[in-house]
Design a protein around this ligand. Structure first.
Ligand SMILES: [Zn+2]
Length: 342
């Protein structure tokens, strides 16, 4: 039902040494989006700056006194939620704290802090801090839906370190809900509905079943979540977590959020093992009663946050729209499996 298309091409030329060579490139078509990406295998041997070891902490890693997310100034420097949404102004779950984004991207735009730790290296956070953070986000999104039932397009995202878009190093999640969908909401919502109508199955479950049977990109499970390397990645070391058959954040239990947190920390540990300190995370949902888009979290490595590092978005990605990565997804799966105890 889904096509996992692979094409192989080659570039022939004479190397500086005088040797005639043929270098292979693989083009994969994304089974869901139909977008192509390239795996330029020869570039894996290229030495990226600042990936020999994990980069040192960023310059502002010790500057908690000027950080608006640190105690005690967090209560005076950050805004409070509208009383229609949450009477207490901020939401607390364990050590996590949720409040509105002072610089909103949408109608319901919030920030969740895991705790008062100003800088946490990738892979070093506790699972419970992420679990509490996700539970807090889920509760906030439920309140949004109670208050505005049409704000159905929801997202939880993370920019870990400024190279991934984070404006403050203090670890946090962004939460967004709106009546207006993002491009990916719009595309995935329609695709999942069309797929369900045509095949009587959920889109991501069908994708997952193919990948579990095929095996080479399947990584493992954390409780209810299933993890796999993306077949046609749109970012470096792209990994998905799928919560099969669950189409609403409102159906996610505290146990599911804990299982998600465990998977995210496992992937952070994998990224740390390959000396990468920046990544993005995203979980989208469409909260319509008849929605058929299952929950899926995506994680991708971004350029390291360190001096003199080049961007991972080149003219190729920006102008041609084809992600060019250097590592086969099967390799990503193989390297990450040990972090899932499998
Ligand atoms: Zn801080």
């Amino acid at each position: 039902m889904l096509k996992f298309k692979r094409q192989f091409i080659a570039a022939k030329f004479i190397e500086p040494s005088g040797r005639m060579v043929e270098k292979s490139i693989e083009i994969r078509t994304h089974p869901i989006t139909g977008r192509t990406c390239r795996i330029a295998f020869s570039r894996i041997h290229e030495k990226e700056a600042a990936t020999d070891s994990l980069p040192p902490p960023p310059p502002d890693a010790g500057q908690s006194s000027t950080c608006p997310f640190c105690q005690p100034q967090v209560t005076s420097k950050t805004p409070r939620l509208h009383p229609d949404l949450v009477p207490d102004g901020r939401m607390v779950q364990g050590d996590s704290l949720l409040f509105p984004n002072l610089f909103p991207y949408g109608s319901y735009s919030a920030v969740n802090l895991f705790n008062d730790e100003h800088f946490v290296e990738i892979g070093r956070a506790s699972v419970s801090s992420y679990a509490d953070g996700f539970i807090n986000c889920g509760r906030y999104l439920k309140s949004v839906l109670n208050c505005d039932p049409l704000a159905v397009f929801m997202a939880i995202t993370q920019n870990h370190l400024p190279s991934a878009g984070g404006s403050l190093v203090h670890p946090h999640l962004q939460i967004n809900a709106d009546r207006v969908p993002g491009n990916h909401h719009r595309f995935l919502m329609n695709k999942a509905a069309e797929f369900k109508q045509q095949h009587g199955e959920h889109l991501f479950s069908s994708y997952l079943n193919h990948e579990k049977a095929e095996g080479s990109r399947y990584i493992g499970t954390t409780g209810s979540w299933e993890w796999l390397a993306a077949f046609a990645p749109e970012g470096f070391y792209e990994i998905w977590g799928v919560l099969p058959e669950i189409t609403s954040i409102q159906s996610v239990t505290a146990g599911d959020w804990r299982d998600l947190a465990q998977g995210v920390i496992n992937i952070q540990r994998f990224y740390r093992s390959i000396c990468r300190n920046g990544y993005n995370l995203g979980l989208l949902s469409v909260e319509t009663p008849d929605g058929s888009l299952e929950l899926r979290v995506v994680l991708v490595v971004r350029s390291n946050y360190a001096p003199w590092v080049r961007s991972d978005y080149t003219g190729y990605e920006v102008m041609l729209g084809d992600m060019a990565t250097f590592v086969a997804p099967e390799q990503t799966a193989e390297w990450s499996r040990s972090f899932f105890g499998s």
